[in-house]
Ligand binder design. Sequence first.
Ligand code: ATP
Length: 345
Amino acid sequence: MSGLALQNITKEFGTFTAVKNVSLTVPHGTFVCLLGPSGCGKTTLMRMIAGLDLPTGGAIKLDDADITRVPTHKRDLGMVFQSLALFPHLTVGENIAYSLRIRGVGKEDQKKRVDELLSMIHLSGYADRPVAKLSGGQRQRVAIARALAISPKLFLLDEPLSALDAKLREAMQVELRQLQQRLGITTIVVTHDQREAMTMADTVVVMNSGEIRQAAAPVEIYRRPADTFVADFIGMTNLIDFTADSTGRAHALGSPIEGLAVPGGLSRGVLSVRPEDVHLTAPGHGAMAGRVTFVRDLGGTIETFVEAGGKQIVAVSMPHARPDVTVGQDVGIKLSPDTCVVLKS
Ligand code: ATP
């Protein structure tokens, strides 16, 4: 297979297992984001892909070749790690040309490649500038160009945008994705920012406690989370306990949910319902009973918090569909069966 394959990768530090039996394929030319809470093993996994750490078990293959024990400099990688800053005393051009120079590429070819890369990162004419005189976003782009100078097979970035302010970060996410698509380069990015992952990735890999919980397209992760961890970690959701009666009909918050098919054998579990799929109605008529406890008007969206069956449920609406409710008012909650994801508790 062309691309990267992780096969049952495990990393133990003494008695602690930081990465547990992780298997993942990253097809050539795709963009994968490793996403998860602090300490879930993202960086450890990335360091093994980069060859900075050896796995204690499993194999890493790049275009079918086993690279598990191949040293970093022989892996054909471009890396942008938070800790690998630009060389401060060199110019932009010298930074980008660095890896070309140590590979013995001639001066003329170095200059040609630097100009090409500068144009790609929208910094044409900056070659002679000292990096100390660049803005944060410009530095980040130079770091990306430096990593891409040798046209690597694999592009690895660990929290590449975390030092940037929110606006610049969002702009750089789009730029990075567009650049990756133009070059068709297999790319893996570590991030703890789900919006960043959803913006850039073909496949989002959600990790927790050293394990992959789900690897899928962003919209799939959002609409069809594999478990309660993923449902809760990605965006806002309502996790609502349900029980199934003998006919397989689900009951939640004291009312049946008509038309919801519960997989056979599951007598109880949890429904994940996104706030935009919670509809508030007048009380009665078979709707679940709730009472409004808080309304948060964010301008673009309105979040209505409702207490129902001892649980807090959040409904999100757009301003044009603003629910006509006030705090303390009794309301009905309607869930449509096709928007309820049935999960094991
Ligand atoms: P963050 O988002 O905070 O960077 P992460 O998901 O990248 O977190 P890792 O840095 O991979 O997490 O760490 C995973 C776990 O492994 C953590 O509990 C960490 O303390 C542990 N760990 C990482 N490196 C070592 C090491 N060299 N020795 C012992 N434990 C380590």
